[in-house]
Design a protein around this ligand. Sequence first.
Ligand code: PEP
Length: 247
Amino acid sequence: MKRKLAAGNWKMNGTRAALAELEKIAAAHPEAAVDILICPPYQLLAQAADIAAGSPVAIGGQDCHNEASGAHTGDISAAMLVDTGATAVIVGHSERREDHNETSALVREKARSAIEAGLTAIICLGESEAQRDAANTLDIIAGQLATSVPDITTGANTVIAYEPVWAIGTGKTPTTEQIDEVHDFIRARLVRRFGETEGAAIRLLYGGSVKPGNAAEIFATDNVDGALVGGASLKAEDFSPIIKALE
Ligand code: PEP
């Protein structure tokens, strides 16, 4: 039985004072029935990992470089994330794809680098509003999935997050039928590529304006193994009910 995953992406939000929210989340879920992951900005990672130690909360990065080390000013490697105490990393978030021109081929190399360093790679995929309006969603997802996911992927080392770009931070969410359609499609493609066992074991998260008020309905959808949550992960009072909805 796959454990569900509630993952929070703090993005470029939070100074040390924000760690009080992490303390509250860890205290509120001493024996969580689901996996909980918080991805704070880099400067908080090591301290966050210390705070979360001994609790069910794991800590992750929001991106990593595809190479292990070298002349890449301002970047961070997967091994550096591991050194902070992180156990996972988000790669291919649409904000990285858009703001930093990250291609699916680069995302695949980042995921590979993360997995080789011992991190769980959370690989993000999602269509834009124009792509959905043009009825191209499944083609876009198929292309991103084929190119962004490395061959070394297994259920243990990779999580896929379906995040429609138009739903991120907008308050708009797809219908549960639309989520169902895309998650079923992703599952079928993963099974075809990685086989029945591994393809079924890879967790599929939904992300995009998940809130305490819509979490239960989204989590009742087939093939939704958890959520990647942005804005509503910043405060324990919002993230805790989402975790509970998943349990
Ligand atoms: C995200 O950025 O991964 C995300 C899902 O953001 P939000 O929950 O704020 O829409």
